[in-house]
Write a protein that binds this ligand. Structure first.
Ligand SMILES: [Fe+2]
Ligand SMILES: [Fe+2]
Length: 244
């Protein structure tokens, strides 16, 4: 059975359509029909394994943006930062990033396949795993500090520094995965194997979260951004450069 015909291939629905309770199954469609349909309405789009991994990085990057934007606020006025919102960010990073994306997908499926290639990319794996482990230590620390019920002046500098160093590490980590690791993994698989991995990832996601983990994670990060005042994208537009 190909991945396209698999009953688990449920990401043929866009989030917006799913939100309106529209159910379409492409499992009975031939590839041609499915392609035609997606052209007509734009609602049936398959999310392959690599796109899946990269959009998960998108959620994690939004968590990193929360951390980096919070660092100067902590230094300026630690009591003004909502500890509950930081706890929610760290919990999301743990469940969606560390336990699911890193442990169940990358460490279980992607890194072992790359090690087998014995190519230059295999050399990245140990560093990537060390960074996952360091990230977990850091998330433990963030949860412990934010769980005290309020940030004091003694928390501000150490936590702000942890945010900065963690964000620096993970931005580099995810960027290497997006541009080196995932493309190498994709190259090492046949089309059929790649579809099968996409199906397996879907199964893992459903088993772990009970439904669509990605959409729930996006909703959660959006709510946290709202609480902390980071929801309006326009505030991040850079000022014009000085005159040369
Ligand atoms: Fe990773
Ligand atoms: Fe990753």
């Amino acid at each position: 059975m190909t991945g396209r015909a698999s009953p688990h291939r449920r990401r043929l629905l866009s989030g917006s359509l799913a939100g309106f309770g529209v159910l379409l199954s492409a499992s009975s469609l031939t590839p041609t029909l499915a392609a035609d349909h997606s052209k007509k309405r734009g609602e049936e789009k398959e999310v392959g394994a690599v796109e899946d991994l990269m959009r998960e990085h998108g959620v994690l990057r939004r968590a990193l943006l929360i951390y980096i934007e919070t660092a100067p606020k902590l230094r300026a006025d630690p009591t003004g930062v909502d500890p509950g919102a930081i706890t929610r960010t760290a919990r999301l990073f743990r469940s969606f990033g560390e336990d699911y994306h890193e442990r169940m997908l990358e460490e279980a499926h992607i890194f072992p396949a790359l090690r087998k290639t014995k190519g230059p990319v295999a050399a990245y794996v140990d560093v990537l795993i060390a960074q996952h482990n360091r990230g977990r230590e850091i998330t433990d620390y963030i949860l412990s500090v934010s769980g005290k019920g309020g940030f004091g002046s003694g928390d501000a500098e150490p936590l702000a520094r942890v945010f900065e160093t963690f964000v620096r590490m993970y931005q580099n980590h995810a960027a290497r995965e997006d541009t080196i690791i995932f493309p190498a993994w994709k190259d090492a698989l046949s089309e059929q194997q790649l579809r099968e991995m996409g199906d397996r990832f879907e199964e893992i996601e459903r088993r772990t979260f009970g439904k669509d983990g990605f959409e729930d994670a996006v909703k959660e990060i959006a709510q946290i951004e709202q609480i902390l005042g980071f929801a309006d994208l326009a505030q991040f537009t850079a000022p014009p450069p000085p005159k040369a």
